[in-house]
Design a protein around this ligand. Structure first.
Ligand SMILES: C[S@@+](CC[C@H](N)C(=O)[O-])C[C@H]1O[C@@H](n2cnc3c(N)ncnc32)[C@H](O)[C@@H]1O
Length: 248
């Protein structure tokens, strides 16, 4: 993603620790985790503390490279892997079936985007079984950058496919009800430090929950978050959605 490539170094300098919303997310994290839109990997150490394996995926090659450096010890220990890819295209990816085997290394890597690396890889993953390989899919501060409804629906189809039955989805987006966004519409460009403009879609809880329900998820719950705890709508920084892929 060009915008994030262009701010990657500055972003990395200012995002050295896990994001403030993570304490609300962490208790739901377990097993094999896909972190879609992982950025510079600032959340990975905390996620790896709860998960058996974290697979961080991002479309910014610059941020992925920094993530690899920031998390080199966890990568070397086999606790974290990073892959290049667009999370709107996960429906097309055949994930390796056995992420949790001790010697497993995904065939995807930074120079070989996920969506291309596994094209035609007929023998692995959930394309055959229809069941995913992840216990949790997280999309933290990234889903609101998708510009079209079609892209959001495609991402959710891919998240659902990537999850095992009973697997958990968590999406964190900025809270539209914050005072500083009150003058903005549903779609806005927000400058990064007065420079490049990043696209945001500002969701209401109802809009986000409706999309997720229509994508086939169950037990959809939305919370407002401030400083890592549930909060009232207006003062909250983020909207946090939890949902589950139904069994059967
Ligand atoms: C605001 S950053 C958040 C990074 C990290 N999740 C965090 O909490 O700090 C958004 C990230 O999503 C990534 N991203 C946006 N759209 C994406 C897409 N369609 N596929 C993969 N990554 C995407 C960007 O490259 C960027 O790294």
């Amino acid at each position: 993603m060009r915008v994030f490539n262009s701010i990657a170094r500055e972003w990395d300098c200012s995002h050295r620790v896990p994001r403030g919303f993570l304490p609300l997310v962490l208790p739901r994290v377990r097993g094999v985790v896909l972190d879609a839109g992982c950025g510079n990997g600032c959340n990975e150490p905390a996620l790896a503390g709860r998960a058996r394996l974290v697979v961080g995926l991002d479309s910014s090659s610059e941020l992925l490279q920094l993530a690899g450096v920031n998390c080199r010890e966890l990568v070397a220990a086999g606790r974290v892997q990073f892959v290049a890819g667009d999370f709107r295209k996960l429906e097309l990816v055949a994930w390796p079936a056995q992420f949790d085997s001790p010697n497993h290394r995904t065939p995807m890597n930074r120079t070989e985007p996920a969506n291309h690396a596994l094209k035609g890889a007929g023998s692995v993953g959930f394309l055959e079984s229809g069941e995913g390989v992840f216990d949790c899919v997280l999309c933290l501060g990234a889903f609101h950058h998708l510009r079209s409804e079609a892209g959001r629906r495609a991402a959710l189809r891919g998240f659902r496919r990537a999850l095992k039955p009973g697997g958990r989805l968590c999406i964190v987006v900025w809270n539209r009800l914050q005072e500083k966004f009150s003058a903005k519409g549903r779609d806005a460009f927000v400058p990064w430090r007065g420079g490049v403009r990043r696209y945001y879609h500002f969701f209401t809880p109802g809009e986000l929950a409706g999309l997720v329900k229509r994508a086939g998820f169950a037990r959809v719950e939305t919370l407002f978050e401030k400083a890592g705890a549930p909060s009232a709508g207006v003062g909250a920084h983020n909207l946090v959605l939890f949902a589950v892929k139904p069994r059967g």
